[in-house]
Design a protein around this ligand. Structure first.
Ligand code: ATP
Length: 260
């Protein structure tokens, strides 16, 4: 079952001559991890950033096709390209959260970082807020490290801790889909391992799409892998199949390090 279906999806940046994404068809499966891999400039980030319309923070991009997101309440798929109202974009980004390459904590306390999204989502009661912040920090494997300094600035945390805080912030509002854009490329190996373990565990509660340049990472943590090249989706399959038995020559060349 899919949380999102990308259907005949093409995308052109405002003012660009060529499409950055060409007729992409791809499911994002529920409670699974889907990795997007491919050489630099193939469109991985553009695709990921389309899935919660973050690309549209800059106007006049040209879309074609459909990005169908499952509405949990009605059990129907809805095209997020139909969204027009500012308020609906805010709701979309609560349902489809995003973690960036560089940790992006807000310059405020650890507690307030996680409470921020919850407050926007309408949580007002202090006890409820505290409970939800604690649950999110526990869920992001950060609670033990920060429980005695929740009122301290998030900027004092290490890079790996900041990234887990950003994950806690995203997880707190109970998203349906989390998008990770190279979430460990700025981190050391130990922090990377912690984040990978966390992402693997999060799959139980949220569907995940992750862009990574790290082939070992894709093979370690993802259930499905999509290989992209020059704005096209070349091959999509179970991760094992992509890495052990790719069907397309291009995929094989890429995963064996022959280009990219
Ligand atoms: N804001 C933009 N305006 C115009 N073209 C852009 C913009 N951002 C990216 N592109 C182009 O879109 C294409 C896809 O870029 P994208 O960043 O999605 O690739 P990527 O696979 O994520 O690359 P990388 O692995 O290097 O991050 C590239 O040709 C890039 O030059």
């Amino acid at each position: 079952m899919s949380i999102m279906n990308i259907e005949n999806f093409s995308f052109k940046y405002a003012g660009a001559n060529d499409e950055s994404l060409k007729n992409i068809n791809l499911p994002i499966k529920k409670n699974k991890i889907t990795a997007l891999i491919g050489p630099s400039g193939c469109g991985k980030s553009t695709l990921l950033r389309s899935l919660n319309r973050i690309n549209d923070l800059y106007p006049n991009n040209v879309y074609d096709g459909r990005l169908m997101l499952l509405n949990k309440h009605t059990n129907k798929m809805e095209n997020i390209l139909d969204i027009k109202k500012e308020n609906d974009f805010i709701k979309l980004r609560q349902r489809v959260g995003m973690i960036f390459q560089k940790p992006t904590p807000f310059p405020m306390s650890i507690f307030d970082n996680v409470a921020y999204g919850l407050k926007i989502a309408g949580v007002k009661n202090k006890t409820e807020l505290e409970d939800k912040v604690e649950a999110a920090l526990k869920g992001s494997a950060l609670w033990d490290e920060v429980s005695n300094r929740l009122d301290k600035s998030a900027m004092g945390l290490s890079g790996g801790q900041q990234q887990r805080l950003c994950i806690a912030r995203a997880v707190a509002v109970k998203p349906d889909l989390l998008l990770f854009d190279e979430p460990t490329s700025a981190l050391d190996p130990i922090s990377t391992a912690a984040i990978e373990e966390l992402i693997t565990r999060l799959r139980n509660e949220v569907s995940i799409a992750i862009v990574t340049h790290n082939m070992q990472q894709a093979s370690r943590i993802s259930d499905y892998t999509a290989f992209m090249y020059l704005g096209n989706l070349v091959e999509y399959n179970h991760t094992e199949d992509i890495f052990i038995n790719p069907k397309e020559k291009k995929t094989e060349d890429y995963i064996t390090g022959r280009f990219g």
